[in-house]
Design a protein around this ligand. Structure first.
Ligand code: SF4
Length: 330
């Protein structure tokens, strides 16, 4: 690991100004420290934000929750209001990492964690995300955990977070503070970027802008589920995951379907077209196939990850059958 300067911030303004001047934020450090040990990232300065007053979960005036960016994944999953009103979030959190990591990892850090593309972590390999313009070793390489939607010829990495997928299904918003003290609040959908020709830019945050909280809207009625398919039963990233919030009306038609996928793209993936196919309809296997066709219309495999296309269809259909109480054909 390369030497670096360390500074602990006592106020958000100190932290954002240090970051604008080139320091990297560190809170739980569960991803950053690994990256520094491997010299994938070599920041000269770290600004420790772990003592800032951002570790609370409060009810909002609108009836939702405001989750401070330093709330740990373990505390968030255990919060009674989250378990009761947003079980898909609690389940996604508990499906991620290990108990030890969840005790340290924070809400803000979880959102901003880096891809687990093998080549990103191997500094002997070309990687446009780590070293812009060097190429992408995953294209033509081993790409089992890579994207099938929204990828580009420059990067096919996926976003690894389970928590972010659930937050996307719940229509969460993100609150930030910039180095000049300006605060903004925007949908989580606007935080992460697709790779395009600048995969090194993963979010639309400005230099020094700090995620301070995540806002949940009031809890919705309906069936909330988190399904995660992975190579082993724990401590593994999703090959395909799905956070679903599905509501039926009194005629048992689908009134509302929010479907957010992990493991498929560079960001939590939600397709309004696929959700629209389901809205107002009587549940059926044919309808669910139509939704899957819509979701996967532009899907592209890269060799080792071709299996994700049929797998995503099966995950979606299984979730829809479970939520609507219909039989999945054998
Ligand atoms: Fe790098 Fe993205 Fe290619 Fe992985 S997929 S090697 S992160 S450019």
């Amino acid at each position: 690991m390369k030497p670096f300067h360390y500074f602990r911030a006592d106020a958000t303004g100190d932290a954002t100004q240090a970051a604008q001047a080139g320091a990297a934020f560190i809170a739980g450090g569960t991803n950053l420290i690994d990256l520094m040990k491997l010299e994938v990232l070599t920041p000269d300065r770290l600004v420790d934000i772990s003592r800032l007053d951002l570790a609370g979960i409060e009810a909002t005036a609108a009836g939702g929750l405001r989750i401070g960016a330093l709330v740990t994944n373990a505390d968030l999953a255990a919060d009674a209001r989250v378990r009761r009103g947003y079980p898909v979030l609690a389940r996604a959190l508990l499906a991620g990492a290990s108990a030890q990591l969840r005790n340290k990892a924070t809400t803000g850090g979880n959102l901003l964690q880096r891809t687990r593309c093998y080549y990103f972590y191997d500094t002997s390999q070309p990687c446009n995300k780590r070293d812009p313009g060097s190429g992408c070793a995953a294209i033509g390489g081993f790409n089992r955990n890579h994207a099938i939607l929204g990828a580009s010829a420059h990067c096919i990495a996926t976003h690894p977070s389970d928590m972010a997928v659930a937050l996307r299904a719940l229509d969460a918003e993100v609150e930030t503070e910039a180095a000049d003290g300006a605060r903004r609040r925007f949908p989580l959908a606007g935080l992460h970027r697709l790779p395009g020709d600048t995969p090194e830019r993963e979010t639309d945050l400005a230099e020094g802008e700090l995620v301070t909280a995540v806002i949940l809207p009031p809890a919705k009625a309906g069936c909330q589920r988190y399904r995660k398919v992975r190579d082993r039963a724990s401590y593994a990233f999703a090959l395909v995951s799905l956070a679903s919030v599905i509501t039926l009306d009194e005629d048992r038609r689908i009134a509302h379907a929010a479907l957010a996928f992990g493991g498929l793209a560079h960001k939590p993936w939600r397709d309004p077209g696929a959700e629209k196919v389901l809205a107002g309809e009587v549940p059926s296997d044919a309808l669910f196939d139509h939704a899957a066709d819509t979701l996967l219309r532009d899907a592209k495999g890269w060799g080792s990850n071709d299996f994700k296309i049929p797998l995503a269809r099966r995950v979606l259909k299984a979730a829809l059958h479970e939520a609507t109480g219909t039989e999945m054909p054998a």
